[in-house]
Design a protein around this ligand. Structure first.
Ligand code: CA
Length: 425
């Protein structure tokens, strides 16, 4: 199907097949809900005022302000109806084309905001190859912890430090204690890293005390984004025991600001990662036949780096990792079911991180920690530079693509640049 928005046809990220939703401000305008289409965005408020929405979609857009929480809370049926109505508005031959000057803004002229007011952010650890690579650095013979294949491990992150793509990362100060030093010192992190992750947006929540059954868990997911869980490895190594990640992780979390809806990813559903015969059986609260058949996602992921020297040499960003969402040992539905299995309440607009998604091989590691064997073996860049961890001025760019030969969609960018640490440490 083609669109009357010419730039959408064959667009790398945002053809008519995608239609991700977000919050944008056109130049000089207030934040408002919008849907990306090619090099443009469809202003949902303007479409509402033009009388283009009907029924539950009209009601949902009418009550949407500067965040999508309430819209996502309407759940799967309203989201699908929105998608159908927007598809009709933007499809070639639609009478809405004559209103294009009112309905569309150039994406280049828009500021993209966080799509939701994020009440809570939880980061999982479901990338099994990442867990294996990192575990091997500490426990060569027994990399995975005993709980890994019983439950999707996670920690509660910090919602206040999630930012949309483009936000700068100031190198954090913190306590660092290399193994060679008898005592810790306080100062700029020397081992700053990124993590290539998937983000999962919660739509309809659940009441406190009422777990979400695994068979219904997918209905509580409103969409997906890219997520970079910036990590200060030296701070992490000293602080994390016994309560887990803290200041090494809450310095900044960068996300791609468009929410890619589950309906856009439907053609890219794959079986959940297969379990080995020696793996423990799934607890029934994590087992659902449909989820096992199609709860996984085939989405290609990449991480690239652009250093200040590369920028000065007019070089393009260099890809340092290729991976795929297939390498998640736990499905998003299993994460939701497990998260609520004790009665914990999820709310509309909550954000879940998948955990770093690495592939099994070289060139598929989703963090520098893995690529450099804990910082011992620097990676080489095409211009002769090397990196153990991130230097000031380095930009990390995450991207994602789902493609099956017929449909190809992307997620937009998730990038950030490292700034020097604040003075005074
Ligand atoms: Ca992480």
């Amino acid at each position: 199907m083609t669109s009357w928005v010419a730039s959408a046809n064959g667009h790398r990220d945002f053809p008519l097949d995608n239609l991700p939703i977000g919050i944008v401000s056109p130049t000089g305008g207030a934040p408002r809900p919008a849907i990306a289409i090619g090099e443009q965005v469809l202003d949902l408020q303007a479409a509402l005022e033009a009388g283009l929405f009907t029924g539950s979609v009209r009601d949902a857009v009418e009550t949407t302000g500067t965040a999508l929480n309430t819209l996502l809370a309407h759940g799967t049926e309203v989201r699908r109806a929105l998608r159908r109505q927007v598809t009709a508005i933007l499809a070639a031959g639609s009478p809405a084309e004559r209103l294009s000057h009112r309905l569309l803004h150039s994406a280049a002229d828009c500021t993209l905001h966080l799509p939701c007011e994020i009440g809570d952010y939880t980061d999982f650890y479901a990338g099994i190859h990442h867990a294996t690579h990192v575990g091997r650095l500490m426990r060569p013979d027994n990399p995975l912890m005993p709980n890994y294949k019983y439950l999707p491990v996670a920690y509660h992150g910090r919602a206040s430090t999630v930012r949309p793509s483009g936000a700068a990362l100031r190198r954090p100060n913190g306590q660092r204690k290399p193994a060679s030093d008898p005592t810790p010192s306080f100062g700029p992190s020397r081992n700053l890293d990124f993590e290539l992750e998937f983000g999962i947006w919660i739509g309809t929540g659940n009441a406190l005390g009422e777990p979400i059954p695994i068979a219904q868990a997918a209905d509580h997911i409103a969409g997906y984004c890219l997520l970079n869980d910036w990590s200060a490895r030296d701070i992490q190594g000293w602080e994390y025991q016994p309560l887990g990640p803290f200041l090494a992780k809450n310095l900044l979390t960068t996300i791609s600001p468009w929410i890619v809806m589950p309906e856009a990813l439907a053609p890219f559903r794959v079986p959940a990662m297969s379990r080995e015969a020696s793996d423990p059986p799934l607890f029934s609260y994590l087992a659902d036949a449909a989820d096992q058949v199609s709860g996984g996602l085939d989405v290609a992921l990449e991480a690239s780096i652009l250093t200040p020297t590369m920028r000065a040499q007019s070089l393009h960003p260099h890809r340092i990792a290729r991976s795929n969402a297939r390498f998640l040992f736990w499905t998003p539905a299993q994460m939701v079911a497990h998260h609520t299995s004790n009665g914990c309440a999820l709310q509309p607009g909550d954000l879940l991180g998948s955990g770093t998604i690495s592939g099994p091989g070289k060139g598929e590691e989703g963090s520098l920690l893995e690529m450099t064997e804990g910082g011992r073996e620097p990676i080489s860049l095409p211009n002769g530079e090397t990196r153990r961890f991130l230097e000031d001025g380095d930009t990390v760019i995450l991207s994602a693509r789902a493609s099956n030969g017929r449909v190809s969609i992307g997620f937009g960018l998730c990038e950030g640049t490292v700034l020097p640490a604040p003075p005074g440490a």
